[in-house]
Design a protein around this ligand. Structure first.
Ligand code: NDP
Length: 454
């Protein structure tokens, strides 16, 4: 029997890779190594979900101070001190990076803090020239921001650079209408940056329920972001003073202090040696895997964003865990990609699980229960912020097929709704559930008349 240096070599120390390595080593006794070329923790911890959410908190305090004043507090709102925040943010990310390293090492994983590429189906080559043999290879290299041509080399920002800014710009153009663009627009506007968000399509958050899209777009506009839909860049020029002159399809030309492309993410496969090793890649670069995350090369697996299934941290973690149980635990587990809830951390937040009204309608008759209202907390001070609660119900079975919420804390609410939907709850189950009063979410169990049926 061939002997290898390791049972498993994981390329990429992000959420999916670390979970797979820890379970394979710590729970199933495999000899595991991992390589990470940047910082342990990956996109989520180092330049994604975690720093983003901390910025959401920072940003929300501005509006909270205004609200406090309206409630009667005598407060004076100063300016946001980015460098004080950055200092704390850096310390927190260092702490989390250390925790990721420590947890993997405690589980018995050997970490190489350098780049690794695939040399052949059982060999990984480290940047320092060493070749390491392994029974299995797991590709968990995630994604990387994509900047469309011809703007790639202009020095505009992506989300990677957002958390490394020395100071906040006065004005920023954010390109895109997806998760990152919408979240960044709200965060920065809340921190005092004048944000213009430009999206090429009809409405932001393509793929989400249309009522949710409209509601979030209205909220973004209301908080001062200049949201321009059906608009794209036609030219972008970096000026001598470091600012950017942007011209759009409507012919308008404006100068912005900074430009951030949030125009999607691509699988991080460049130079990894995958094609050379015979691993099949999709047209968008994603590693093609079967339902057990195995590629066409039996010894090579892939999990997380590099496979472009559902680009969310908990999904990558789940896939990594399922991989380790399947290959090293002797119990084949297919990752479950059904009814995955998600949240967009705009202000207010948007949460979604299950089918949109449009997708559900394409499958059969539906009943739509929906309410849009000013929550007590904001109506008291005459603020415009509105909440949206929407249930998409199958007209034949009464099963709730989708739940869409825009409200403060929608990310928290949708987690609970997701449990009910995953269990197959019907509208009648919602109706029999006693309301918790006074809350926003009680509306979810109090909607009696469908807003529309088909
Ligand atoms: P998204 O795919 O969500 O959005 C990309 C946006 O860029 C779309 O609006 C797209 O337009 C636009 N776009 C793409 N190409 C071009 C182009 N050539 N010119 C102009 N516009 C373009 O990607 P994000 O980068 O925002 O996020 C990546 C993924 O990361 C998300 O899909 C999500 O899975 C994950 N994520 C999750 C978060 C969360 O859970 N809260 C937060 C951040 C990211 P169009 O719609 O027309 O294609």
């Amino acid at each position: 029997m061939t002997s290898f240096d390791y049972d498993l070599f994981v390329i990429g120390g992000g959420s999916g890779g670390v979970r797979a390595a820890r379970i394979a080593s710590g729970e199933h006794g495999a000899k595991v190594a991992m390589a990470e070329e940047y910082r342990m923790g990956g996109t989520c911890v180092i330049r994604g979900c975690v720093p983003k959410k901390l910025m959401v908190f920072a940003s929300g305090h501005g509006a909270a101070i205004d609200e406090a004043a309206a409630y009667g507090w005598q407060v004076e709102k100063g300016r946001f001190d980015w460098s004080a925040f950055r200092h704390r943010l850096d310390a927190e990310l260092n702490r989390l990076e250390s925790a990721y390293t420590r947890n993997a090492e405690t589980a018995g994983v050997t970490i190489f803090h350098q780049r690794a590429t695939v040399a052949d189906p059982h060999t990984v080559r480290l940047a320092d020239g060493r070749n390491i043999t392994t029974r299995h290879i797991l590709i968990a290299t995630g994604g990387t921001p994509f900047v469309p041509e011809p703007y790639a080399d202009l020095g505009a920002m992506t989300s990677n650079e957002l958390f490394l800014l020395d100071r906040l710009p006065n004005s920023m153009l954010v390109l895109g209408g997806g998760f990152i663009a919408c979240e960044t627009a709200c965060i920065l506007q809340g921190l005092g940056v004048q944000v213009t968000q430009m999206y090429r399509g009809r409405q932001i958050l393509r793929g989400f329920d249309q009522d949710l899209q409209e509601h979030v777009a209205a909220a973004i506009t209301q908080q001062g972001v200049k949201l321009e839909v059906n608009t794209n860049l036609t030219s972008l020029e970096k000026l001598a003073d470091g600012r950017f002159r942007a011209t759009c399809t409507q012919g308008r030309t404006r100068v912005h202090d900074a430009v951030l492309f949030a125009t999607g993410r691509r699988p991080n496969v460049d130079g990894l040696g995958l094609a050379e090793a015979g691993v099949a890649l999709a047209g968008n670069g994603a590693v093609v895997v079967d339902e057990y995350s195995q590629t066409n090369i039996p010894s090579i697996y892939a999990v997380g964003d590099v496979t472009k299934r559902i680009q969310l941290t908990p999904v990558a973690i789940h896939e990594g865990h399922a991989f380790a149980d399947t290959v090293f635990g002797g119990s084949p587990v297919k990752p479950d990609h059904d009814m995955v809830a998600g949240a967009v951390f705009t202000r207010p937040e948007a949460g979604s699980v299950g089918l949109t009204e449009e997708r559900a309608r394409a499958r059969g008759p539906v009943q739509i229960y929906m309410t849009s209202f000013r929550p007590m907390q904001t109506s008291f001070i005459d603020a415009e912020t509105k909440a949206l609660m929407k249930l998409v119900v199958c007209a034949n079975t009464r099963r709730v097929l989708g739940c869409h919420i825009v409200a403060p804390g929608a990310g928290e609410l949708i987690q609970i709704a997701a449990v009910a939907l995953k269990m197959g709850a019907t509208k009648d189950d919602f109706d029999r559930t006693m309301a918790v009063h006074p809350t926003m979410s009680e509306e979810l169990v109090l909607m009696r008349q469908p807003a529309r049926s088909s």
